[in-house]
Design a protein around this ligand. Structure first.
Ligand code: PMP
Length: 372
């Protein structure tokens, strides 16, 4: 069997040891004679799996007692509706930072529930790849948000499509804002340390750094559990889900089990600190190769480049198809950029080893030499 280096943006590569363990345990979980998929979510076996998964996640991100961790469904796009339904009671508007495709989608969906106020906007730079993509200056948020009775301020910490990542700018001003911060961390959760207490809600679909698709992780400040609109479905009401330990209805049991194996693996590697330094090393290697080449170019401003999703273009676009097919021949797959941006994108989440990135840069250098 030979496995490829999978640079998919999501669902993305999982640690090989996790997949091997899941395979070993598929038919008979720890001598119980059944698969985790077949367990009742209320059985003692599954309760142990679930509790350990939740407590390992809390440990990894150092989640304080003031915040609940919920395992929900609907993905991050579902959260574009679930968050407003949970936080808008008593409010008419919320504030949005628009840095690209995902944050824009969030602000658009919100207009079904209230008045969407885009308080910072650099998305045009994202649409036009000739212009540098960047994280906007966040200090003006204080003037634009405070005193406006905003239910919350939403931003996307890592724009998966354009490869633009915040580096603590919103966290740094969070305690001066007069509303809670809601962060979409779908594509960079567990890749850096966070001060969770600064956030009202952090959420993410699992299928990048957490596990398989199907579970959405939500970290929510307990102080926000009583702000749901009456129309909010019970299965999606944070307070109800929290009170029932994420078992108000059947949770995506198997996805949670795999997430638990990923958390155990991450703790063994050295936790989020390890992930952070590894991400830095992998990203530096790849951006370094791009910057020192005449063929490859990354449009994102240097200090705002994502450590998870690395977009790059080829100076001669007619080489794109050959680049992708020759990469695939070497077992380097899923490198095609998102259709709205074009070019290439290499997603290098926690489970992508340094070795995989080394294989990619080696190929890129060879390709440049042979084609230019
Ligand atoms: N936000 C971000 C930052 C994402 O990367 C994605 C998925 N690529 C989404 C939201 C949407 O997630 P889902 O498909 O799980 O709803």
């Amino acid at each position: 069997m030979s496995r490829v280096w999978n640079f998919s943006a999501g669902p993305a590569a999982l640690p090989e040891s996790v997949l091997r363990r899941a395979a070993e345990e598929m038919l008979d979980w720890q001598g119980k004679g059944l698969s985790v998929m077949e367990m009742s979510h209320r059985s003692p076996e599954y309760t142990d799996i679930f509790e350990k998964t939740r407590s390992d996640f809390r440990k990894l991100l150092n989640v304080p007692e003031t915040h609940d961790v919920l395992f929900m469904q609907g993905g991050a796009v579902g959260m574009n509706a679930i968050v407003p339904m949970n936080l808008m009671n008593g409010f008419e508007q919320a504030a949005f930072v628009n840095t690209g495709a995902w944050s824009k989608k969030t602000a658009k969906e919100f207009s079904k529930y209230g008045l969407s106020r885009v308080v910072l906007d650099n998305a045009n730079s994202v649409a036009d790849s000739a212009v540098s993509c960047y994280v906007p200056e966040c200090a003006p948020l204080l003037d634009r948000v405070n005193g406006q009775q905003m239910a919350y301020l939403h931003y996307c910490d890592n724009e998966t499509i354009s490869g633009v990542e915040f580096n603590g700018q919103v966290e740094a001003i969070a305690s001066q804002l007069d509303c809670p911060v809601v962060a979409d961390m779908s594509s960079n959760i567990l890749s850096k340390t966070l001060e969770v207490s600064k956030y009202g809600v952090i959420y993410g679909g699992a299928q990048k750094n957490v596990g398989p698709a199907g579970v959405t992780i939500v970290i929510v400040d307990k102080a926000l559990l009583n702000r749901a609109l009456p129309i909010c479905p019970s299965a999606f009401t944070f307070g109800t889900v929290a009170e029932n330990g994420s078992m108000y209805n059947t949770p995506p049991t198997y996805s949670i089990y795999i997430a638990g194996l990923v958390f155990e693996w991450l703790i063994e590697q050295g936790g989020v600190q390890w992930a952070q330094s590894q991400a830095q090393e992998k990203a530096s290697l790849l951006y370094g190769t791009i910057d020192s080449s005449t063929l490859y170019n990354c449009p994102v401003r240097t200090e705002d480049r994502s450590r998870m999703n690395v977009p790059f273009t080829l100076a001669d676009e007619s080489l794109n198809a050959r680049f992708l097919s020759r990469a695939a021949e070497q077992g380097l797959v899923q490198l095609k950029g998102h259709k709205s941006v074009g070019g290439m994108r290499a997603s290098i989440y926690n489970a992508m080893p340094l070795e995989g990135v080394k294989a990619l840069v080696e190929f890129m250098c060879e390709f440049e030499k042979s084609e230019t």
